[in-house]
Structures are given as C-alpha cells and as structure tokens.
Write a protein of this length. Structure first.
Length: 330
C-alpha cells in the first residue's frame, strides 16, 4: 500500500511516520508540505522521499493519502484525491462544520475516507463500552468529562495564530475538545443532542476554554446529561466519569488508563476493573490500530470504524457548541 503524506507537522513527525514505517505491507511513497524546507528535513530524518508540487494536481500518485494540514487548506487536496479515486485518511478534526463534513464525504466512497479519532481504540474506551453494552450497572444517567490545564495552547507560532482563518480552526474546542466529544459520542451513540448552554473564552480569534451542558437523546432510553469542558487556561480533571443510579465508573484520559468503579469522592474505596480486553495502552498503539483498521477497509472496500461518516455527529456537536456559545475574553 503506497502512502502519500500531505503535511510535515508535529503529528506526522511524532506519530504517523513512525507508525506507518513500522507497518507491514505499507510504504511511504512521498512526503509533501508547502514549507519545502520542513518537508525536506523530515523526509531526510526518516529516509523517505520529499516532493514538491506547485498545486495539488502536481502531487504524485499513491494508494492512500494522509492529509495532516489545517482545516482551511484541505479542500483542494481532498478534491484532487477524490477525482483520482485515491483513498484519504484525515487527521482530526475532519471539518469545520456539518455542511462541509457532508460535502467531503459525498466526494468519496464510504470506505475510502477516514478520520483519525484514535481514542476509539484505547483499551479504556473498550472497557467502558463493554460495561455500557452489557448494562452492568443499569442505564447510564449522566457523564462528566474534562480535559486540559494551564498551558501555552496549541504550540503554534505567532504567524499561525495571527492568521484569522487558521487561528479559529485551531482553538481548544477544535484541537483538543473534538477528541473528548468523539469519545462520548462513540460510547453513548445518541440519536441526537441538544446544547443547553456553552461558554467559550477567546484570546483574539483563538478559543482557549470551552464548556457546555448537553443533553444526549437515545430514542426510547432516558436522556443522558453531559457536562463537558476543555481548557488551556484552567486545570481540568482529565477524566471521564459515567454515572449510574448506584455507582460511577471513571478513568483518566491517558492511553493506558485503568477503569475504576465506586464513588469518585471516595477513590480509596474504589475497585479497579480488571477486564482483559484488547486495545491500545499507548498513543503509538492507537495510531497503529486506526491505520490498520482504515487500510483493511480500503483493501476490502468495506466501511471501517474510522470512516469519516462515523464522525459527522462529532463535527455537528462541536459546531453546535460554538454556535450556542456565550463569549468571554481571556
């Protein structure tokens, strides 16, 4: 399987390239970035071929293209790959809104367009999904999830943040928050949602804190209340907590997190849930599993668990949180 890579940023350097180079049956055909010096340096470090392309049409052919560039720059590359019949795997987030997301998935066969929400493959995610599917503690009543802490934010240079288009696409809601939203939606699989309240704290065009109260509807099942927050300004619990009538289940958001059962206010008396389920316990393993899943789907022409269509609700919920926001200045 010949992989072409569009983008030479940190996520490609730290995760995608090492994982892909270690996968059997995969070869990196080329690496491209509009910053040619950055592409050349990364390609030399990993022993792959950097290419130049004045326009997306000038990129060499490949079987699958990884697109790991900011949202506003993706459309021309997606269009070219769709016209070629080339499968595409996109770094998250997939699109800025549901209309854009839908437009892109209409350009591709369902099996040929994927998105990288790798937390779906964490072992802790699979443990939580297992206890929900088997209704060990009865119906889920509510969830609480919060991630982040005091930090410098996206780590981008000033030139990136000064670009009004790109800054809005890389705030904490889009950059970090879509991971937790996707995790919740994968676990609950709601039929719909209502954002009752949301608040964003902006630093110019960049949102650095986002919080929302959300109701998840589940058809004939009782609704589930979601208390969600993500921040680069305030310390967050960095946990997900599932609340049932008599007990809670919770874990940290780290790849190798253990799941605990009990009362979060009395953690010393909690029980560790020792389910032996397959799943990633490191970031590299999660990236490997999502690539393995997507490439298997491409090869068999089957819709995979990382198909872009499966993340449409994630994009829509992030968009609804931004649309319902009450804004404050950082």
């Amino acid at each position: 399987m010949q992989i072409g890579i569009i983008g030479a940023g940190e996520i490609v350097r730290q995760m995608h390239l090492p994982v892909l180079l270690g996968m059997p049956g995969v070869r990196i055909a080329w690496l491209f970035d509009t910053a040619a010096d950055r592409a050349a340096a990364l390609a030399a470090a990993y022993g792959v071929r950097a290419v130049s392309a004045p326009t997306p049409v000038d990129l060499p052919p490949c079987d699958v293209a990884l697109i790991a560039i900011p949202l506003p720059a993706r459309e021309p590359y997606l269009r070219v790959m769709s016209e070629r019949g080339t499968a595409v795997f996109c770094e998250k987030p997939f699109a800025s809104g549901a209309v854009e997301h839908t437009r892109y998935i209409e350009w591709f066969a369902p099996h040929a367009l994927g998105v990288g929400y790798m937390r779906r493959f964490y072992r802790s995610t699979r443990v939580l999904a297992h206890l929900l599917e088997n209704r060990w503690f009865g119906p889920l009543q509510s969830l609480r999830i919060g991630e982040g802490g005091r930090s410098r934010g996206s780590g981008s240079g000033r030139s990136f943040l000064e670009d009004r288009r790109l800054a809005a696409a890389r705030g904490v809601l889009t950059d970090l928050g879509t991971h937790t939203l996707d995790l919740v939606l994968q676990l609950v699989a709601p039929a719909g949602f209502v954002v009752r309240h949301s608040e964003l704290i902006l630093d110019g065009e960049v949102d650095r804190h986002a919080a929302a109260s959300i109701t998840l509807s589940r058809g004939a099942e009782p609704v589930v209340a979601l208390d969600w927050s993500v921040s680069w300004l305030t310390e967050q619990p960095n946990t997900i907590e599932l609340r049932f009538r008599d007990v809670s289940a919770w874990c940290s958001l780290a790849p190798g997190a253990e799941v605990f059962i009990g009362d979060p206010a009395r953690p010393a008396r909690a029980a560790r849930l020792g389910l032996e389920l397959d799943g990633a316990i490191s970031g590299n393993q999660a990236f490997f599993l999502e690539w393995q899943e997507f490439l298997r789907g491409v090869e068999r022409r089957e819709v995979s668990a990382v198909a872009a269509v499966s993340a449409l609700q994630t994009t829509a919920l992030a968009e609804a949180i931004r649309g319902a926001r009450r804004v404050a200045a950082a």
